[in-house]
Design a protein around this ligand. Sequence first.
Ligand code: ADP
Ligand code: MG
Length: 561
Amino acid sequence: MEKTKKQFQAESKRLLDMMINSIYTQREIFLRELISNASDAIDKLYYKALTDDQLTFNKEDYYVKVTVDKEKRTLTITDTGIGMTEEEMENNLGTIAKSGSLAFKKENEQKDGHNIIGQFGVGFYSAFMVADVVTVTSKAFGAGGAFKWESEGADGYTLEPADKAAPGTEIVLRIKDNTEEDNYDEFLEEYRLKSIIKKYSDFIRYPIKMDVKGSRPKEGAENEFEEYVEEQTVNSMVPIWRKNKSDLKPEDYENFYQEKRYGFDKPLKHIHVSADGAVVYQAILFIPESTPFDYYTKEYEKGLELYSNGVLIMSKCADLLPDYFSFVKGMVDSEDLSLNISREMLQHDRQLSLIAKNIKSKIKSGLASMMKDEREKYETFFKSFGRQLKFGVYNDYGMNKDLLADLLLFTSSNERKLVSLDEYVSRMPEDQKFIYYASGESVDRIEKLPQIEAVSEKGYEILYFTDDIDEFAIKMIQSYKEKEFKSVSSGDLGIDSENDQASSEEDEAANKELFDAMQELLSGKVTKVKASKRLKTYPVCLSTEGELSIEMEKVLRAMPN
Ligand code: ADP
Ligand code: MG
C-alpha cells in the first residue's frame, strides 16, 4: 500500500495548534494520557477474555512499558493491549477525541486555556506538547497486519503497513529539541519519568515497567562497580482507596495525606467511602486539624482530587464540596466518569452531582460521630473551622437546615464549656420555653451583662455568642427542635410571670415623672424607658424590641457599605 499524507479534521487541527503554541506548564500530563490509553487498551482485551470462553487472560502478559533512548531523543510507550486496526487508527487518531474538544474550545475562547489541558487532558494529542514527531505502530488483536501512523503535528499524518508480530501498540515520541525558552530534556530522564508516573498513574492496575539503571559492587573486585539494567515496576497498582478498610491502619491514611500534600498537619479524621449503590465510587476524605494559612481568604481553593477509574483527571474538583465543607481534603475515584470530561461538563454531570450529594452526607455524619465519640478532637476541629460552618448556615441556609445546625457548638454559661444545640435542648428544664443567648465581644464581657441575670437566676443555660456571625446564623435557624432562640436582651424574655407584669406596670405608674425625665434626657438614643423585673443586682440595662439585637446592629454598622 502506498504511503499517503492525510489532513487532520478541522477541529483537531485547531486544537493541535492551540496546544502546541501554548506555553504550557503542565506538559508532563502527556504521559498520564498515553499510559491511560494503554491501560484502557488492556482493559478492552481483558473484557474480551472475560466474555469469551476461547480466550484466557494471563495477568503477567499485560503491562505498559516506558523506554528512553537519550541519543535518539525518543520516549517509547508500549502496551500489550487490544491494539488498533488501520481503520481505527484513522478514526481514533485522526479526529480529536470526542468529549473534551468542544468544551475546551469554548472555554478557550474566554480564557487562555492552559490550565484546561492540564486539568482534563485531551488525550492522545497531548503528546505533541513534548514531541515533534509521534509514531504509532499498532496491531489489533485478532486482525491481520500491523500499521504505522506518523505525524509531525498540525499538518497531517501518514498511515502505512508495518511489521509488528504481537498485538498491542507502540508509541514513539521524538522529544522536541530544546529552545531558548523551553527545555524538554526532563522527559528523557529516568528519575523524572518515574516521578511523573508515580504522581499521576500510580494506581493504574497493570504494571508500568521501566528499565532502570543501577550500579553495584563488582563481584570479586574491590572498589569496583558495574552498571546493570533492571526492569522495575514503577507504579504500586493498588490504590489505598480500593483496599479493604480493615486492612488499613490509621498510619496508612496519614501517610497518604502527607504523600498527597493535602496538608502539612496531621488529619484529625479520615472518612473512607466505598459506595456501590446508585453511584459507584470510592473516596477518602480528610478533616484537617488546623486552618490553612489562606483559609479565610479569597486565595483558598476548595476541592477534591477526582479520579476516573484510577487515573487522576482533576486535582481540585470544586463541584464535589459545598462551601461550608470547603476544609475537607481528599479524593474521589469513580468508574462512571469519562477521562476527557471538561470542567463545564462536570458541572452538569449527573453522576458527579450524585457523588457530591452522597459525599456531603458522609462528611456530615462523619463530623457528627466525631462530635459524639471524639469530643476533644471535634472541639479542635470546631476551633479551626466552626466559623465556616456558621457562614454556611447563614449563606446556604435554605438547603442545609438540619445538616449544619447539628454540627454547631457554642460556649455556654454552663462552666463556659462548648455545647451543641442538641445538648442544650436536651437538658432544658421543663418550664423553659426558649434557647437563650447573649452576644458580646468576649465571654468575660458577656458574663458582666446585666441582661443575663434574670435568665441565669431562673437556672436557665445561656449560649454565649462571641463571633460576629453567631447571631446572624442563629437568626437563620430560628429554632432548634421546636425551641426558638431568644436574646437575653430582647424586650420580652418569656419568663416574666403575670404577677411580675402587673407589678412593673404599677412601678411604672408610680415613677412616671422619673421615667419621662429620663426619656427626655436620652431622646434619640432610646425609644422607651420602663420598669423591669429582670434586674437583680444592676440598676439599669438596655434591651431591644425589634428583630436586631444591639450586637447585630453594631456589626451591621461596622460593615463596609
Ligand atoms: P480517549 O482516551 O478519551 O478515547 P484519546 O485521545 O486519549 O481519547 O484516544 C483516542 C482513541 O485512540 C482511544 O479512544 C482509543 O480508541 C485509541 N487509542 C489511543 N491509544 C491507544 C492504545 N495505546 N491502544 C489502543 N487504542 C488506543
Ligand atoms: Mg485517552
